[in-house]
Ligand binder design. Structure first.
Ligand code: NAD
Length: 494
């Protein structure tokens, strides 16, 4: 059995723990590898390694740090296919979808290449007579990232590019379900010239996470995963005095107004509902059909579902792959028998593909889902799309705003005025206007509101650099010593 190692001090290191966790091939349902879950002592070794190299990496010039990112960019670009096929072999998403993940990760590398400009501080000459005031940004030290299974390359890149280029050193705890790509990224960072020890990976689960949260030398933690764990990470980490950003789950609503183009809205709902088998935190999970658009929209979605090809990533024509695990597939399928699932328009369980080996579940569509159904209240994280019908825009808005999550939402309409009103009114971190998956480009920042994010700063982009640096403000003067005198008054500027 292949073992996926840790990465410490610039090299793969075998685990010494006793707990082995399986890594499956979701397309066959067979175990293909294992990790040896990191112990607290191994996490500590990674932290000490990162701590040791921090002073020299911090002292490296901005141009030098940016140069490493430029080289890393070239290496990721040159190895796109290898990265994509490795992550898809453990995650199950199609290779084309995995390629999209790598491309969106690459955007974050490119953003970090601009760090010399982005980390510039401010300078106020003559803030008082002969006194200048300026601000500088300094790295925090050792920072950690804890990432989910659904984007095993992109989400770590959301974090470590900005953290490293700002002069921090990094410990990554990837998802135990698809751990291998983290080692490929670590090796590409090494090839790019990152000093050994500046980027470390510990494979593991909750035990490793708790060790990260308890470690006094970790200054900040970035987390992406489900809401209950995000809340736990935020509460535990901040109680220990760490800076924490913890992104959680989602229940993304797509509001379709009566004037929307039905075919475009159906294309968008199907793409955003079933892409990556619905295992995206920005997946559309509920279509809110307003008024008379409901019947033609449901028909158009049903018709498109019939044409989706579900299959393994090795099938070049497959558009949707399996789910991450057998348990998760069974849980998602269970929603089709839950209260409120009276109008199952397409039942993926009946498809032949759902009975193949592997963790497959074909796309499903449920209409007229009431808001007290688990189909509506739970984050399903699978290829089950619900349609909830309302009569007015105001009712649709209320549904989105009443939802405990606030990650993404979208509105489909031809009316610019209503779209603008929606953008103004909606209580949600990321909004799409005729865009179903409004993941911001890397020079903005990514983050939801409400139970979708615990913390203040969003991830990547300008917020990312702010998260991984602290600001120091210097007040400076160079007076003629002959003018010096004692003055017990509080310093005034005028
Ligand atoms: P998860 O919460 O189960 O796991 C995330 C990470 O936390 C993993 O590294 C895992 O090992 C660790 N972990 C799991 N349980 C833990 C526990 N009890 N204590 C400490 N650590 C624990 O999430 P997942 O299943 O890997 O990913 C899917 C979830 O992530 C979905 O809820 C999805 O919406 C969310 N997600 C959110 C975003 C976002 O940007 N908001 C992006 C991607 C995924």
């Amino acid at each position: 059995m292949r073992t996926v190692h840790h990465w410490i001090n610039g090299a793969a290191v075998a685990g010494t723990g006793t707990r082995k966790l399986p890594v499956f091939d979701p397309a066959t349902g067979e175990q293909q590898a294992e990790i040896v879950a990191a112990t607290a002592a191994e996490v500590r070794t990674a932290v000490e390694t990162a701590l040791g190299v921090f002073p020299s990496w911090r002292a490296a010039s901005l141009s030098r740090r940016a140069e490493v990112m430029f080289r890393f960019r070239e290496l990721v670009d040159a190895n796109r296919k290898e990265i994509a096929s490795l992550l898809s072999s453990e995650h199950g998403k199609t290779v084309a979808d995995a390629g999209g993940e790598v491309a969106r990760g690459l955007e974050n590398v490119e953003f970090a290449c601009g760090a010399p400009h982005l980390l510039k501080g401010g300078y106020s000459e003559q803030a008082s007579t002969g006194v200048d005031v300026y601000s500088i940004r300094q790295p925090l030290g050792v920072v950690a990232g804890i990432t989910p299974f659904n984007f095993p390359a992109m989400v770590p890149m959301w974090m470590f590019c900005n953290a490293l280029v700002a002069g921090n050193t990094f410990v990554l705890k990837p998802s135990e379900k698809d751990p291998s790509v983290s080692l490929l990224l670590a090796d590409l960072l090494r090839q790019a010239g990152l000093p050994d020890g500046a980027f470390n990976v510990v494979q593991g689960d909750r035990e490793a996470v708790e060790a990260i949260l308890a470690d006094p030398d970790i200054q900040a933690v970035s987390f992406v995963g489900s809401t209950p764990v995000a809340k736990h990470i935020y509460e535990t980490g901040t109680r220990a005095g760490k800076r924490v950003q913890a992104l959680g789950g989602a229940k993304n609503h797509m509001v379709v107004l009566p004037d929307a183009d039905v075919n475009s809205a159906a294309d968008a709902a199907v793409s955003a509902g079933y892409g990556s088998a619905g295992e995206r935190c920005m997946a559309i999970s509920v279509v809110v059909a307003v008024g008379a658009v409901a019947d033609p929209l449901v028909d158009a979605i049903r018709e498109r579902i019939g044409r989706i090809r579900t299959g393994p990533a090795s099938d070049p024509d497959a558009e949707m792959g399996p789910l991450i695990s057998r348990e998760h597939r069974d849980k998602v399928a269970g929603y089709l028998a839950s209260p409120g699932a009276a109008e199952v328009v397409v039942d993926g369980r009946q498809s032949d593909v759902s009975n193949q080996p592997g963790f497959f579940l074909a796309p499903s569509l449920v209409d007229k889902v009431p808001t007290d159904s688990p189909l509506y209240t739970d984050e399903i994280f699978g290829p089950v799309l619900s349609v909830t019908r309302v009569d007015t825009y105001a009712e649709a808005l209320e549904l989105v705003n009443d939802n405990p999550y606030g990650n993404g939402t979208a509105i489909f309409t031809r009316d610019g005025g209503v779209a603008r009103q929606f953008q103004y009114d909606v209580v949600c971190g990321m909004v799409g206007v005729n865009v179903p998956v409004p993941v911001p480009v890397a020079y903005y920042s990514f983050g939801g509101w409400k139970a979708s994010l615990f913390g203040d700063l969003h991830m990547y982009g300008p917020d990312g650099l702010a998260f991984y640096t602290r600001t120091k403000v210097v007040t400076s003067r160079w007076p003629d010593p002959a003018t010096s005198e004692v003055d017990l008054g509080f310093p005034k500027v005028r």
